[in-house]
Ligand binder design. Structure first.
Ligand code: GDP
Length: 449
């Protein structure tokens, strides 16, 4: 296929030592050759690197190295030339302008990866992993994205897809060739256990996806408590920077303040909320509406109490609202004394003012998320919301197949749901569409013997 030739800068522009300009498309090598003084790049073998100069009609722009990759064995699957130039923004911009003059088009965001996908060099999960890798902030996020890039996510899902295909091909044969007697007759008793195994596999994938999401997106940690218990002070302590406004006037924190807390490689996204309580103040109540929503979406709740004073109705209501969430109860202001005793619940004594107990709090979060959940699981984890959504859809189609089978309905009805489950998973692996299905089915079952 002939694509126009695109050019873009692959590195971050700024005060760097080097920059890489990437050119991809049918004419990539000849266009670069037209502005390159050195070897004739049109004659060099693929996967080689060459020293020379980029020149325009005035003279030399920069001393460069050019790497040449010929289609189809390049990142995009097309002819690719990568020019390593000196850093800064002036030189790369001049070279890019020159290449555009010679017939290249400026690449759009992500266009190199998009071409890699369109040319079958990477699948969707890998393309999405590239993005995750670039935006990773912790080691665990990076490891997760690397696994995605290596195609492990795709392999995992494709295995389930293949199992579905196996079953589909058996059903197909039974429907189309009832007289064919050396295939297993698919009765309800044969089908149902197989469907249940498939469903269990999807469930395992989904369970793992929760952990993956936590690594990728961070743990949404919401700090709640009535006004003035010290939520903002605690947030500042944890983030070690002055982000939230702390004052002595009740209800100062009107909005959600977010900060990121990297704890042992896991990112906690901290969200401070306006004190959740009934109020006549309109601005404040908007903040409060959002607080309630934040609470619903939280992976972890830090419930702050002021333990220098007796618990109020508001505290009790918050204890009640959050009881079904993963939560840590924090007794703040321990420096002022202890007037709260939660016999049935574990409470961590801290003082946001003097820093007492902050290390104990960190240990507790690590115990809950880092030690127990994340690193216990070394397998492949799904983290992409789109993938998780598709697996859920596949699971629901599979549920349909199980109910149909359970009700003793004809096997062609089971087949419809199964096909749908296969399609949903295919939207992750890229293996989908009626043609692919038919092709795969026939490659599994050779009936012309
Ligand atoms: P928020 O409304 O819950 O966000 O509370 P703030 O963080 O604004 O704190 C309210 C007041 O309590 C401020 O005057 C803080 O300095 C004070 N405060 C917060 N934490 C502590 C603590 O651990 N000990 C003491 N003595 N005062 C605290």
């Amino acid at each position: 296929m002939v694509y126009d030739t695109i050019v873009g800068i692959a590195t971050l522009q700024g005060m760097s030592a080097l920059n890489i300009i990437r050119v991809s498309g049918s004419e990539a090598i000849s266009v670069v050759n037209a502005v390159f003084k050195g070897k004739n790049l049109n004659d060099v073998p693929s996967h080689t690197i060459h020293y020379g100069h980029i020149v325009d009609e005035v003279g030399v722009i920069d001393e460069v190295m050019v790497s040449v990759f010929r289609e189809p064995k390049s990142f995009t699957g097309e002819n690719v030339a990568e020019i390593s130039t000196h850093g800064g923004s002036l030189i790369p911009n001049k070279i890019i302008s020159l290449l555009i003059e010679k017939g290249c088009r400026l690449a759009e965001n992500g266009e190199f990866s998009q071409r890699a996908f369109l040319n079958g060099r990477i699948d969707l999960t890998q393309a999405e992993s590239i993005m995750d890798m670039i935006s990773a902030k912790t080691d665990a996020q990076l490891r997760l994205a690397t696994k995605g890039l290596q195609g492990e996510i795709k392999d995992l899902i494709r295995r389930v897809q293949d199992d579905i295909l196996d079953l589909l091909s058996q059903i197909e044969v039974q429907i189309d060739y009832p007289e064919y007697d050396d295939v297993v007759h698919l009765t309800q008793a044969v089908l149902l256990p197989q469907l249940n195994v498939l469903q269990a596999n999807l469930d395992t994938l989904l369970q793992k996806s929760n952990t993956g999401k936590v690594i990728r997106d961070g743990i949404r940690t919401v700090i709640v408590g009535k006004p003035n218990v010290g939520k903002s002070s605690l947030l500042n302590r944890l983030l070690r920077e002055e982000k939230a406004i702390v004052t002595e006037v009740s209800g100062t924190t009107r909005d959600l303040v977010e900060g990121e807390w990297n704890l042992g490689g896991i990112l906690l996204r901290l969200i401070d909320t306006a004190g959740i309580h009934e109020t006549a103040d309109l601005v404040e109540s908007i903040g409060i509406g959002r607080s309630k929503k934040a609470l619903e979406e939280a992976d972890l709740v830090l419930l702050v109490l002021d333990q220098s004073q007796k618990l109020t109705k508001e505290d009790l209501r918050l204890l009640d609202w959050t009881q079904n969430k993963p939560r840590i109860i924090i007794g703040n202001k321990v420096d002022l004394g202890k007037n709260v005793d939660l016999t049935a619940e574990k409470m961590i004594d801290v003082s946001a003012l003097t820093n007492v107990g902050i290390d104990t709090l960190e240990k507790e979060v690590k115990r809950m998320f880092v030690d127990e959940k994340i690193f216990a699981d070394h397998g492949v984890l799904l983290s992409n919301a789109r993938h998780i959504g598709k697996i859920r859809e596949a699971r629901s189609s599979l549920n349909g197949a199980i109910s149909t089978c359970d009700a003793g309905l004809p096997v062609d009805l089971v087949e419809m749901d199964l096909r749908q489950a296969w399609e949903h998973l295919g939207e992750i692996t890229g293996q989908c569409g009626a043609d692919t299905l038919i092709h795969s089915l026939f490659s599994k079952f050779c009936l012309g013997k």
